[in-house]
Design a protein around this ligand. Structure first.
Ligand SMILES: CC(C)(COP(=O)(O)OP(=O)(O)OC[C@H]1O[C@@H](n2cnc3c(N)ncnc32)[C@H](O)[C@@H]1OP(=O)(O)O)[C@@H](O)C(=O)NCCC(=O)NCCS
Length: 208
């Protein structure tokens, strides 16, 4: 008999093939990892997060959106604003957000979580290098936005990105708010906004 386990309607449920209580303690340790699992991240995931982030950004721009200390701090302060995609227990993609309380993002937003606000600042979306261009970034972002729609009080998501990723976020339903006031070294960014109200149960075109 399959038992469904899920923390939220949009975090994908996975199956335990046998009721846990029916197994001997020795058999319980030999459970099978779910092939694919979406869940909020915890500080215990920080090293895996940072490894993916470092590979994705340091080789390209020399700068990580979040330091390891910031990853640890945000996953402790607001784990409910993060989402990880795990395949057989390995993190393959993640998104990390924090709360923000102003109309536009400012430099201060890069290092701060403001609790109980209607705005999520998405700091980073990243896919493991072995898994890019397979649709995972788009799927994770879509699931994350669907999940945020179910978090009481949230109204919109903001992010900044370099020009080359604007088409990616437009495809995901974000709108351009114009050049961002934030600068990191010589990098300049566009600010993008996604409204979270309504369409809570809209399906992605791909049918995922
Ligand atoms: C950007 C990223 C999250 C996209 O995830 P993904 O799983 O590779 O992307 P998908 O397969 O869902 O979608 C592919 C689309 O992503 C966009 N894209 C991905 N990488 C890109 C790049 N380096 N330059 C331009 N567009 C890119 C394109 O729009 C592409 O569509 P196309 O093939 O029609 O051009 C992923 O490539 C990544 O982790 N990159 C490194 C970290 C990063 O830049 N994160 C975003 C800023 S926080």
């Amino acid at each position: 008999m399959a038992q469904q386990v899920s923390g939220s309607p949009f975090l994908k449920p996975f199956s335990l093939k046998t009721p846990v209580r029916a197994l001997s303690p020795r058999r319980q340790r030999r459970h099978t990892l779910p092939a694919s699992e979406f869940r909020n991240l915890t500080p215990q995931d920080a090293i895996s997060v940072f490894e993916i982030e470092r590979e994705a950004f340091v080789s390209v721009s020399g700068e990580c959106p979040l330091t390891l200390e910031e990853v640890l701090a945000f996953l402790a302060q607001c784990p409910e604003l993060s989402l990880g995609w795990f395949e057989e227990g390995q993190l393959v993609a993640f998104v990390i957000g924090t709360g923000w309380d102003k109309e536009r993002l400012s430099q201060e937003a890069m290092t701060r979580h403001v609790p109980d606000t209607p705005t999520v600042h998405i700091h980073v979306l990243s896919v493991h290098r072995h898994c890019r261009y397979q649709g995972k970034g788009s799927i994770l972002l879509w699931r994350y936005l669907q999940y945020l729609r179910c978090v009481p009080g949230l109204r919109r998501a903001l992010l900044i990105c370099e020009d080359f990723l604007v088409p990616f976020y437009l495809k995901a339903g974000f709108k351009e708010k114009g050049p961002s006031a934030i600068a990191v070294s010589a990098m300049r960014f566009q600010e993008m906004e996604h409204t979270l109200c309504g369409q809570a149960y809209a399906r992605r075109n791909s049918g995922v």
